[in-house]
Design a protein around this ligand. Structure first.
Ligand code: ADP
Ligand code: MG
Length: 250
């Protein structure tokens, strides 16, 4: 579903991604862990067309991100083409980023109606089903300010799912939550994983990585330091940097 080959990304003189190689298979829960500033968010933003890579190749579902390859040459995609590609990727941020002036249900149906042209009634029915799926059937009419952080994050997940993405990106989805609200969000993510959604999850929740993850990559300073099955990496890290990081988060 995702293939990165020697992906480089710089901001000005500062190289943030220094040659990332990795592969995410369809249906996999792929955990990305590493210290703050290691480039995790930047990598997700590259996958989601929010940043352009400077070198290497990045593919989502077999297609180059941001470019079309023709006769061995790369052509930049037009904004309209990028917008089409982005529909297939759902993203959930640390801060829930719901529209404050829209109810939970309105937040969910906004993109399907406006971007995909879905009929409002059909979108509402799907939206209600999505709210039920994230355990919030009774909150359709609530505004974000009337929901807890954990509930807002579950609405944000439902909103992403409303576009029927083939890939979901989670950037520290529980880091901003009070500890007692983390479990409900992780449960929703676990359910998604069981249904076969391909997910890249940046997280410090090593319990989740161990139980739900199919693969884990430890990133530091813009490179992949080590990767493997989560249980393997978490119980038997091979690199000093991984051990140092895990000793702080476990
Ligand atoms: P992580 O998500 O692992 O904490 P980030 O991808 O957010 O790391 O950031 C990696 C590095 O890139 C940091 O040093 C950060 O300051 C830098 N960086 C991120 N975004 C920008 C930007 N838009 N402009 C300049 N530097 C940035
Ligand atoms: Mg980040």
């Amino acid at each position: 579903m995702v293939r990165a080959q020697q992906v480089h990304k710089s901001y000005g003189q500062v190289e943030v991604l220094k040659g990332i190689d990795l592969e995410v298979r369809a249906g996999e829960v792929f955990c990305l862990v590493g210290p703050s500033g290691s480039g995790k968010s930047t990598f997700l933003r590259c996958i989601n067309h929010l940043e352009k890579i400077n070198a290497g190749r990045l593919y989502v579902d077999g297609d180059l991100v941001g470019y079309r390859e023709k006769n061995g040459k790369l052509h930049e995609l037009k904004d309209r083409e990028v917008a089409l590609k982005r529909r297939d990727i759902g993203m959930v941020f640390q801060r829930f980023n719901l529209f404050p002036h829209l109810t939970a249900l309105e937040n969910i149906i906004e993109a399907p109606v406006r971007v995909k042209g879905e009929a409002k009634q059909a979108a509402r029915e799907r939206g209600e089903a999505l709210l039920a799926r994230v355990g919030l059937a009774d909150k359709a009419g609530n505004y974000p300010s009337q929901l807890s952080g954990g509930q807002q994050q579950r609405v944000a997940i439902a909103r992403a799912l409303a576009m029927e993405p083939k890939l979901m990106l989670f950037d520290e989805p529980t880091s901003a939550l009070d500890p007692e609200l983390v479990g409900d969000v992780l449960d929703v993510m676990r359910g998604l994983a069981e249904e076969g959604m391909t997910m890249i999850v940046v997280t410090h929740e090593m319990g989740f990585a161990r139980e739900v993850g199919d693969a884990l990559v430890f990133m530091d300073d813009g490179i992949v330091v080590e990767s493997g099955h989560p249980r393997e990496v978490l119980t038997n890290p091979q690199h000093e940097r991984t051990r140092g990081f895990l000793s702080k988060v476990l």
